[in-house]
Design a protein around this ligand. Structure first.
Ligand code: ATP
Ligand code: MG
Length: 271
């Protein structure tokens, strides 16, 4: 079976000089949750912007690689075209319209969804504002509040809810956990896992929280300096010595661990 999303040898250069992405390859099979993981500046957001078409139009170039969605090339497509095919992105920042209420935010998403490609749609479960409010009761309590007043977790729910209205085939969530307390983070990841189980919705979850994402993902890819340095199933990554030590903070000897992490980062930087 062809994977839903295939990224092969992707290379992205900013300003003719910074090779932010240096030959990244990974794939996402239909119905799976895949984690694209790594620390600040690893290249996660750049990668998904290349996929979704949200890279700036100036001063940045995809210099190599292939991007395929459902077997067809999406290389160089603009955001409206990838959205039409069924790729929905919850962005890292500016997830919602601050000056619109929760209801207005969902209404805007609904208008966009109605002009979408019904054939490509997969998850038809959430089709009205009420459907989203049933899924996220916390939003129902804030329905007429301006989005600027929402908490971090509520903003995240609103952004995900707005994406679900477009019945995506692939949901990409960039930094779902950013700024959330650990317990909210776990709840949010659990909610994404439930959506995946219930709807079979394919997800690419982009995050720094390796442990949090691997708790729900089938596969993971860890990026460092624009390259995939670890890849595997959840079990393979969770039992990998270096991943355990440098990304999950599981080490026998704390002092040694700290020094090694610093040394490891230095080595990796020039890899
Ligand atoms: N518009 C830009 N112009 C120049 N360089 C950029 C631009 N956007 C990102 N970069 C560089 O590309 C590299 C990857 O950045 P990117 O935002 O993709 O990382 P990230 O993994 O999403 O990090 P974070 O976890 O902080 O969101 C970084 O070195 C960053 O400085
Ligand atoms: Mg990012």
């Amino acid at each position: 079976m062809i994977p839903l999303l295939e990224v092969e040898g992707l290379e992205v250069v900013y300003g003719h000089a910074i090779r932010a992405i240096q030959g990244v390859s990974f794939f996402v099979e239909e119905g799976r949750i895949v984690g694209l993981l790594g620390l600040n500046g690893a290249g996660k957001t750049t990668t998904i912007r290349a996929i979704s078409g949200f890279l700036p139009t100036e001063n940045v170039h995809i210099t190599d690689g292939r991007l395929r969605f459902a077997g067809n090339s999406i290389l160089g497509m603009r955001p409206f075209a990838t959205a039409w095919l069924g790729i929905a992105v919850v962005p890292e920042r500016d997830k919602v319209f601050d000056t619109l209420t929760v209801r207005e935010n969902l209404a805007v998403a609904l208008i966009a969804a109605r002009s979408g490609n019904d054939e490509a749609a997969r998850c038809r479960r959430y089709r009205s504002i009420d459907d989203i409010l049933t899924l996220f009761p916390a939003l129902a309590r804030r329905i007429d509040h301006d989005a600027v007043l929402l908490s971090g977790g509520e903003r995240q729910m609103l952004a995900i809810g707005a994406c679900l209205l477009s019945s995506p085939r692939l949901l990409i969530v960039d930094e779902a956990s950013l700024g959330l307390a650990p317990i909210l983070r776990r709840q949010l990841f659990a909610m994404l896992a439930e959506l995946n189980r219930e709807l079979g919705l394919t997800m690419l979850i982009v995050d720094q929280d390796v442990a949090g994402v691997l708790a729900i993902a089938d596969h993971g890819y860890i990026l460092e300096n624009g390259r995939v340095v670890f890849a595997g199933t959840r079990e393979e990554l969770l039992s990998h010595g270096d991943v355990k030590e440098f990304y999950l903070g599981q080490t026998q000897d704390r002092e040694r661990g700290y020094r090694k992490v610093k040394q490891y980062r230095r080595i990796r930087r020039w890899h």
